[in-house]
Ligand binder design. Structure first.
Ligand SMILES: Cc1ncc(COP(=O)(O)O)c(C=O)c1O
Length: 400
């Protein structure tokens, strides 16, 4: 995998980047595609009859097709948004608003990222509905059996992650979806971390909505996707109004385009969408399977070394071996101090509550350190991390 390192300009600097779950680095092909847009066809989509505008609109729509192929959906089931957060807010505020009433229930887990927690909490508050928490296993996942226990005929929506951004545990989406549908509820999946972990087929999994961001899959910031089953997207009212999403406007009344266009009001982030297309091509070229086989091996190596060589380390997700997350603390040292020490050595990790405060409370910790690996990370970088962590205790002694 190391042959791909040259594709990432950020890797020319001497940082070791282990915060890939926060945002991944971008390959040159993605950067080039954005520069190409601004240099060669920098016009808006849809708005006029000019040939450049036509070309840009065609390219923009081709990316929608690429995304659809990537997750095995239809093209008009792909809504471009500003990111996973935006996508999840769209489902909660449009679809949720439509189907959740007073006395109904929405199920989430305590492991959810705030982006898949607060929109549902707010929806329940607005509607007088109840937010129900499904118990999670120690590895942060939800079993279909545990889900069944909290379901009832009051349950309208179940919103869970595909892969947790704290623990890296993978939810069994297919069997969870079966339970959700047994109760005639709808399944919203936060795919922010899962999308880069395995190739999904939303049709086979029978998921109702799937949300993700391009920037965690080597694409640009500012663009994301909401996949929704066609009939559900058609039911949903738009929640942002303006140019381009309308069929006709009169003083008395406005009618809207069909999905997905009715959800894409105003000027969209065209260069970022085009960059996203380049990112998908890039991933397809390397192969998600190859990427993840390597990441799994690298994680095994790192965990083994951490356990052998770093005194007083507690790893919270030892058994989540299939994704590239290592979440830990070192006894008596705050995670921010660990991250600062690593930062001095130009090693970038994430420390804090990972936008999952309810889960930190459940784990009974204030914060953790998280290393999240990508295919451009190396065994030597892992060695370097372990070498620095070995000295963490001494460093803190000096500091205080
Ligand atoms: C599991 C999960 N959900 C949602 C998000 C929010 O993604 P974004 O900030 O791209 O909207 C993140 C980002 O870290 C995440 O890890």
């Amino acid at each position: 995998m190391n042959k791909y390192r040259k594709d990432f300009p950020m890797l020319k600097h001497d940082y070791i980047y282990f915060n890939n779950a926060s945002t991944s680095l971008k390959p040159q092909v993605v950067i080039d595609s954005i520069v190409d847009y601004y240099s060669n066809y920098s016009v808006n989509t849809n708005r006029g009859v000019d040939s450049l505008g036509y070309e840009v609109t065609k390219k923009y729509e081709q990316v929608r097709e690429k995304v659809a192929n990537f997750i095995s959906s239809d093209k008009d089931e792909i809504v471009f948004t500003r990111g996973a957060t935006d996508s999840l807010n769209l489902v909660a505020n449009s679809f949720g608003n439509l189907i959740v009433d007073e006395g109904d229930e929405v199920v989430v887990s305590v492991v959810e990222h705030h982006a898949n927690f607060i929109p549902w909490q707010e929806l329940c508050k607005r509607k007088g509905a109840k937010l129900v928490l499904v118990p999670v296993l120690e590895d942060g996942t939800v079993t279909p059996e545990n889900l069944r226990q909290v379901m009832s005929d009051k349950t309208k929506i179940v919103a869970l992650n595909h892969v947790s951004n704290v623990m890296g545990g993978i939810n069994d989406l297919k069997n969870l979806a079966k339970v959700v549908h047994e109760f005639n509820a709808y399944f919203v999946v936060d795919g922010s971390q899962g999308i880069i972990h395995e190739k999904i087929n939303v049709k086979n999994l029978d998921i109702d909505f799937y949300a993700f961001s391009a920037h965690k899959m080597y694409g640009p910031m500012g663009v994301g996707v909401l996949y929704g089953k066609k009939e559900l997207l058609e039911m949903m009212p738009p929640i942002v109004f303006g140019g381009e999403m309308i069929e006709s406007v009169t003083i008395e009344k406005t009618t809207y385009k069909k999905a997905p266009y009715k959800f894409e009001a105003g000027t969209m982030m065209v260069p970022e969408v085009l960059g996203f297309g380049a990112a998908i091509d890039y991933i397809n070229k390397i192969g998600l399977k190859n990427i993840n086989e390597y990441v799994r091996k690298l994680r095994d190596y790192l965990v083994d070394k951490l356990l052998k060589e770093v005194k007083d380390i507690e790893i919270y997700n030892l058994n989540n071996k299939d994704t590239g997350f290592v979440t830990f603390n070192i006894k008596n040292i705050h995670s921010h101090d660990v991250a600062s020490l690593l930062d001095k050595e130009k090693i970038i990790v994430r420390a804090g509550h990972h936008c999952a405060e309810p889960y930190m409370n459940a784990l009974n910790v204030v914060a953790t350190v998280r290393v999240s690996l990508a295919f451009y990370n190396t065994y030597e970088e892992c060695d370097r991390l372990v070498d620095v962590l070995k000295k963490a205790g001494d460093y803190i002694d000096v500091l205080f």
